[in-house]
Write a protein that binds this ligand. Structure first.
Ligand code: THU
Length: 137
């Protein structure tokens, strides 16, 4: 699966975003080692703090289905009804969830805007000196 193809999947996932409060809609597409793709969108809540980001939705779907190793994730986000100019970066909590399941050197994060621009980075770059399962061994 190319990055461009994965970004299209993230855009499809974004269509399901439930965002009555922020109106900021995010989609994520996560590739498991099995090759399966897991889609996620942000799901907001009237209590605000129970809101779940698109990336975590994708990870929790995958882990709950038995996938524990991952290759890459594409993320796209912006105000509802727009193709954002900005790249959408995962929040700190989502980076920490990635740290639990992914090799920081190998796991690729693809940040995309809505207009065909994207960059590919790694979890290590997005969460330097991250704390993960290795620290508890
Ligand atoms: N959000 C995500 O889903 N992923 C990100 O990478 C950044 C932020 C969501 C959370 C909330 O529903 C909305 O975007 C505004 O913060």
């Amino acid at each position: 699966m190319t990055n461009e193809e994965l970004i299209l999947e993230a855009k499809k996932a974004r269509e399901r975003a439930y965002t009555p409060y922020s109106n900021f809609q995010v989609g994520a597409a996560l590739v498991g080692k099995s090759g399966k793709i897991y889609h996620g969108c942000n799901i907001e809540n009237a209590g605000y703090t129970p809101t779940n980001c698109a990336e975590r939705t994708a990870f929790f779907k995958a882990v709950s289905e038995g996938e524990l190793e991952f290759e890459k994730i594409a993320v796209v986000g912006g105000a509802a009804g727009t193709d954002a100019d900005e790249l959408c970066a995962p929040c700190g909590v989502c980076r920490q969830v990635m740290m639990e399941f992914c090799d920081p050197d190998k796991f690729k994060i693809i940040l995309a805007n809505g207009k065909g621009k994207h960059i590919e980075t790694t979890l290590k770059e997005m969460l330097p000196y991250g704390f993960g399962p290795e620290n508890l061994k």
